[in-house]
Design a protein around this ligand. Structure first.
Ligand code: FAD
Length: 354
């Protein structure tokens, strides 16, 4: 049986919740369809010791300040999950968990949203499916020959899983830094951190707040037609959250230029030396989870969908939210997704009510 709604939001993580908040304020009829059985989006799947790179009050969704976590400047992932679950309840958002959307199709005036629990006929769609379900693994020679363990950021849980092992962590972003530090400070595994380019730590007194300020300045410059001030990339890649700073300052983060290939039992470095290794953890980023939009034939360069802000250029009834700077500066962060979510809700209201 097909159900009707004005707006279907696909994904109930932080981006989908921010969209729901603003759709509610606009008085639109909407439903949020989320594949996870429980609230929290990707935060519920992150490793135990992961901490935010901004303080609680700078990691808030629209309308609700994230409460501080006792004893923590930078809250942990569990605190974020509790906050998102509370947010769903507080705003009584119509979320259907355990509902995976398989396809979105055009059907006359509507967009048909086909999920494993039924079909919705919507007049507009906000896709907020994130990137967590699309881990990226680089094509490194020998990857299939390596007989040890290989996992991506998404599979990492705790240093206890690597007791007595020789581990290489690959990737020069926040995930690589936080996982290498987690293993190094725990001490039960022998850790090497391999990166394509030397990791660029932000100054210790700079955290996610500065990243958001830079992203905001960039958005304002672009909106005013001024030249692009450049995103946060000019600042560096890694927020030195306390565990990263502790490991770095204790000299526990042995950084090496990326290896050239994997062998059956280890890695071969650029100088042709070889190190026997038991496990490789790929902290090599993600790609946007957009497979459900394939029937709309909107794909553009780099697997993105061309947008103007959040609106798909070639399908004005579709908005994309939370996937990264291409859907709005800092839109893949808790503090940064509120503004593009509001813009998307405003545009959809205009589309449906005019
Ligand atoms: P997600 O949180 O991934 O939620 C997407 C939701 O969509 C999920 O619930 C999923 O089940 C659902 N979904 C996916 N596909 C479908 C489908 N086909 N049908 C139905 N539902 C679907 N951000 C910060 O603000 N501060 C930080 O400190 C920070 N640190 C980070 C550290 C790491 C290691 C990582 C990986 C990210 C970090 N981020 C941080 C970024 C932030 O976690 C993500 O960008 C954020 O989770 C994205 O939110 P989202 O709602 O877009 O996606």
């Amino acid at each position: 049986m097909t159900q009707h709604t004005e707006v279907a939001v696909i994904g109930g993580g932080q981006a989908g919740l921010a969209a729901g908040y603003h759709l509610r304020r606009q008085g639109l009829d909407f439903v949020v369809l989320d594949a996870d059985p429980a609230p929290g989006g990707s935060w519920q799947h992150m490793w135990e010791s992961l901490h935010l790179f901004s303080p609680a009050e700078h990691s808030s969704l629209p309308g609700r300040l994230m409460p501080a976590q006792a004893g923590e400047t930078y809250p942990d992932a569990g605190h974020v999950v509790d906050y998102l679950a509370d947010y769903e309840k507080r705003y009584d958002l119509p979320i259907q968990h355990g509902t995976h959307v398989n396809a979105v199709r055009r059907d006359g005036e509507s967009l048909l949203v086909e999920a494993d629990t039924g079909t919705w006929r919507a007049r507009a769609v906000i896709s907020a499916t994130g990137t967590w379900s699309r881990p990226f693994l680089p094509a490194v020679p020998g990857r299939s020959a390596f007989a040890g363990r290989q996992l991506h950021t998404v599979n990492y849980r705790s240093p206890a899983d690597f007791t007595g092992q020789r581990v290489v962590v690959v990737g020069s972003g926040n995930s690589g830094a936080q996982i290498a530090a987690d293993l190094a400070l725990d001490g039960r595994a022998e850790v090497t951190w391999a990166t394509q380019r030397p990791p660029r730590f932000l100054a210790d007194d700079i955290d996610g707040r500065a990243l958001f300020d830079v992203a905001t300045a960039r958005r304002r410059a672009l909106e005013a037609g001024r030249s692009d001030t450049g995103g946060v990339a000019s600042l560096g890649d890694i927020v030195a959250v306390p565990p990263v700073r502790a490991a770095r300052d204790a000299g526990l983060l042995p950084i090496k230029p990326m290896f050239s290939q994997l062998t059956a039992d280890g890695v071969r470095w650029a100088d042709d030396s070889h190190t026997a290794v038991d496990a490789v953890i790929w902290c090599t980023g993600f790609r946007p989870a957009l497979a459900h939009l394939a029937p709309l034939n909107l794909r553009g360069p780099r697997g993105h969908i061309p947008t103007d802000g959040t609106r798909a250029l070639d399908e004005p009834r579709l908005h994309l939210l939370g996937y990264g700077d291409w859907t709005g500066p800092a839109s893949a962060t808790l503090i940064g997704v509120g503004r593009p979510a509001r813009d998307a809700a405003d545009e959809i209201t205009h589309l449906l009510r005019s």
